[in-house]
Design a protein around this ligand. Structure first.
Ligand code: SF4
Length: 315
């Protein structure tokens, strides 16, 4: 049975376009098939639409007056509020884009923040750029729309975190929105469907982690937690359960996870070093007891099987 048609508008704020690039990597289904099967009408996407600037302005005006219904608003990139709260670092037709985002969100049935910048502010959340997320500024609730914001369907902003957000998460979110499946969200409004397990769960290097068989360089076979800054055990995210381009993930390829789904991303320390005191990581896997963990890791390293120590196991 065909779902009732829903309209979709995709807006880009302060971002690199990486979430669009990720979305276009969806294969099953591809983007065109997705919209067709879900009966979604794409009103506008900055990379996919070819209507004239005048037609686009008319469309925006009709959405803002309520003449054109807007069921799903996707925002990619952060809301730029600098300099000094004016928003003039990112404008449309001479007006701060933050005002457009605010007004579109007031008309939308549902708002999806696509990518960590739109969710939490991300890279631009410094004192100059003053970037914020739609309903969070890093870990603090509020953002552009405020704590109490609800879309016309009565829902808070749904945060599809990631830098970029995984293409299957964007597709899955659109499927849920089109079919009106209820969301269950975590404390940062990320759907628990994709953000209730860590990147570490599902990593093919888990056995190396267990026995503390560690690497100090990229592309090797062991675990990347103790020296290479892998944030896989520290952040929730779908990587390793959902593979990128149906093929791989950073840890699978020998590159540490840098924790891009976290509200505090990007962290202030280098991505590819493990902050430590006397060789002991400052941040340990979620929920573990430091003393127990270190004793266990010491014993596990001593008990590591030869095939792991000699790295004869492929990952
Ligand atoms: S490489 Fe990272 S994600 Fe994989 S097992 Fe080690 S710590 Fe976990």
């Amino acid at each position: 049975m065909m779902h009732p048609q829903k309209t979709v508008y995709w807006l880009q704020g302060g971002g690199c376009g990486g979430d669009t690039f990720s979305f276009l990597g969806s294969e099953f289904p591809d983007v065109i098939e997705l919209f067709r099967r879900l009966n979604l009408q794409l009103l506008w996407h900055p990379s996919l639409s070819n209507s004239s600037p005048a037609d686009h302005e008319l469309l925006l005006s009709n959405i803002l007056t309520g003449e054109q219904p807007l069921d799903i608003l996707l925002v990619e990139g952060s809301v730029i509020c600098g300099p000094a709260g004016t928003g003039m670092f990112d404008t449309k037709n001479g007006q701060p884009k933050k005002e457009l985002i605010y007004n579109l969100a007031a008309q939308a049935g549902l708002v999806l923040a696509v990518g960590t910048c739109a969710c939490f502010g991300g890279f631009g959340s410094d004192q100059v750029t003053e970037a914020t997320g739609l309903q969070f500024a890093r870990k603090e609730r509020g953002g552009l729309l405020g704590v109490n914001y609800r879309s016309k369907n009565g829902q808070p902003v749904v945060n599809l975190a990631g830098c970029p957000c995984h293409h299957d998460v964007i597709v899955g979110a659109l499927i849920s929105a089109a079919t009106e499946v209820a969301w269950e969200l975590d404390e940062y409004q990320r759907p628990i469907e994709w953000f209730s397990t860590t990147v570490h769960q599902g990593c093919t290097r888990n056995e190396y982690h267990e026995y503390r068989v560690e690497e100090s360089d990229f592309g090797e076979m062991g675990c990347l937690f103790f020296h290479m800054g892998c944030a896989g055990p520290l952040v929730p995210g779908p990587c390793n359960k959902l593979l990128w381009n149906q093929q791989s993930s950073k840890p699978r390829a020998g590159v540490p996870c840098f924790g891009c789904t976290d509200p505090d991303f990007p962290r202030a320390t280098p991505f590819f070093q493990t902050p430590n005191i006397e060789g002991i990581p400052i941040s340990l896997p979620m929920g573990v007891n430091r003393a127990h963990y270190m004793v266990y890791k010491g014993m596990a390293a001593a008990a590591a099987p030869e095939h792991l120590k000699k790295r004869t196991s492929k990952v």
